[in-house]
Design a protein around this ligand. Structure first.
Ligand code: ADP
Ligand code: MG
Length: 489
């Protein structure tokens, strides 16, 4: 299958990107031992002899990790292998005292699959090569050790799913959108907590450039990008670096690189870490301690049957059931938390389109400004729903609603109706009173009435403005317009 992705050329070059993502699986214990995976424990209190492969120990596969891998495979429409193999990837590094990492090489548990997402209006499909189970390594601690390096092996043996794409992406924006979609999906599926600060979801970006139509260029792999912003910035820096090099007559050498967002005078910089190992450098071989991982077809079917409604299906349902435009439906299903918020707010006010507008507008703006995620904002779904209900029944204007929203956000109160009263924002809906007021207004503004009758639309707008002023903004503008038209027409 070919990709639909096409990116704009950069200085005459096409960008080619493939991502490898490590998603930490949300099991309580490690992939081959009973040690806890809880984040934040004192160093080396959660590393067992099995995690360190001390003599006489044997790894035992964690069923929960396999179940999560199957869930992922089913969700992306991949083949879930009925039999897959664990391999030892041999290398020497202080955070890996056993001298090898247990991973999957030739036969991974998840094969193929597709991730779909929109960039603007355009649907993109990124093909997955594979997703395999492996264990994480420990962590070197370079700070706080007075010139020495500490080793924390708590993370050794933490279960990871490494999700590898084909080189299908053609811009940094597309790569960032893919990563966001994948992140939302693994959280949605409940297989990863998605905590990027704690390293639960990190991306390696493989980047190359070529002239259109030329074969793929040589890639460099930028390691361990743990925010979508850094991912996009790192690719942008790398692309400029590679083009500069090629334009200067150089050739890209395959290598791994690290991104330093503060490098190059704050513009960000990718710097080669080591020349890329070839697969044979790792001397992969099947792990003799672990039998092949056998997954019965019935197990896959069970997982499929228990699959939650996925984001795309939910977006389609929201279009169907709530009449949302596609754009809105995708926005409110961008994460599980968004979807839950949308459904709860809509249940409260029965105005789905307004809920979507507020979620994409005012709410998104405030969350963004305060650096909050949707389920940690100060205005919960029921409260926003209550506010929108008061717009829907014309108790308040949009303008008034924004003032109430600000008050809710600032924590003045959580009671929408009390705020409407205390701020005097109830609209003038009693037509009797409004009627009288408009009659007076028309009598006092004979000139505008003349002009309107002579065909000047502007004069009408002036009358509406006068009416709003006379009611101190409490009249419903739609109602004023309608009544005025009736009186004048
Ligand atoms: P390795 O085993 O060295 O990690 P792979 O062939 O598995 O190499 O590829 C790793 C990642 O690099 C994949 O996501 C793949 O899509 C991507 N990739 C491969 N070739 C290129 C290229 N020329 N430009 C950009 N990305 C590439
Ligand atoms: Mg790789």
């Amino acid at each position: 299958m070919t990709t639909t992705a096409t990116g704009k050329l950069i200085r005459g070059y096409e960008v080619v990107i493939g991502l490898e993502t490590h998603a930490q699986l949300s099991t309580h214990s490690k992939i081959f031992s009973g040690s806890s995976t809880q984040f934040g424990a004192d160093p080396n209190t959660q590393a067992s002899p099995v995690d360190l492969a001390l003599p006489g120990t044997l790894p035992v596969m964690n069923r929960g990790a396999v179940e999560r891998a199957i869930r992922f495979g089913v969700a992306v429409g991949a083949r879930v292998a009925h039999q897959s193999i664990f391999a030892r990837k041999n290398y020497f590094y202080p955070d890996l005292p056993k001298g090898y990492q247990i991973s999957q090489y030739e036969t991974p548990v998840v094969q193929g699959g597709v991730v779909e997402f929109f960039v603007g209006e355009v649907l993109h499909r990124v093909n997955l090569t594979r997703a395999h189970l492996e264990e994480d390594a420990g962590k070197s601690l370079h700070e706080d050790y007075a010139g020495q390096t500490g080793i924390d092996l708590n993370r050794a043996g933490t279960p990871l799913l490494e999700i590898v794409t084909e080189p299908d992406m053609r811009s940094s924006a597309e790569a960032a959108e893919y990563a966001k979609t994948l992140h939302a999906l693994v959280v949605w599926l409940g297989i990863c907590d998605g905590n990027m600060q704690e390293g639960s979801f990190r991306c390696d970006a493989n980047v190359s450039v070529r002239k259109p139509g030329a074969p793929y260029g040589t890639r460099r792999e930028i390691k361990n990008l743990n925010s979508f912003k850094f991912l996009q910035q790192a690719i942008d820096c790398e692309v400029q670096w590679q083009i500069d090099l090629i334009e200067d007559g150089g050739a890209v050498q395959q290598a791994t690189a690290l991104f330093n967002p503060n490098g190059n005078g704050g513009r960000g910089e990718t710097r080669a870490m080591r020349s890329k190992e070839e697969a044979h450098d790792y001397r992969y071989f099947p792990d003799p301690d672990l039998p092949p991982l056998v997954i019965a077809p019935e197990w896959i079917e069970q997982v499929r049957a228990a699959m939650p409604e996925l984001p795309r299906a939910m977006a389609e349902r929201f279009q169907r059931e709530h009449g949302l435009p596609e754009y809105d439906a995708l926005a409110v299903t961008q994460s599980k938390a968004h979807a839950a918020y949308f459904e709860a707010a809509t249940a409260r006010c029965q105005a789905p389109k307004l809920v979507a507008n507020w979620m994409m507008g005012e709410l998104a703006r405030r969350l963004n400004a305060d650096g909050l995620v949707i389920d940690h904002g100060p205005v919960d779904a029921a409260t926003l729903g209550a506010l929108i209900a008061r717009i829907g029944d014309s108790t308040i204007s949009n303008n008034g609603a924004r003032q109430i929203f600000d008050a809710l956000w600032a924590g003045e109160s959580t009671d929408v109706d009390a705020l409407i009263e205390s701020k005097g924002l109830r609209q003038l809906n009693d037509t009797g009173e409004l009627d009288r007021l408009l009659d007076e207004l028309l009598a006092a503004n004979a000139k505008s009435v003349e002009e309107y009758r002579a065909g000047k639309e502007k004069a009408f707008n002036a009358l509406v403005g006068q009416a709003m002023k006379a009611t101190k903004g409490k009249a419903n503008p739609a109602q004023v317009t309608e009544l005025l038209k009736k009186k004048l027409g």
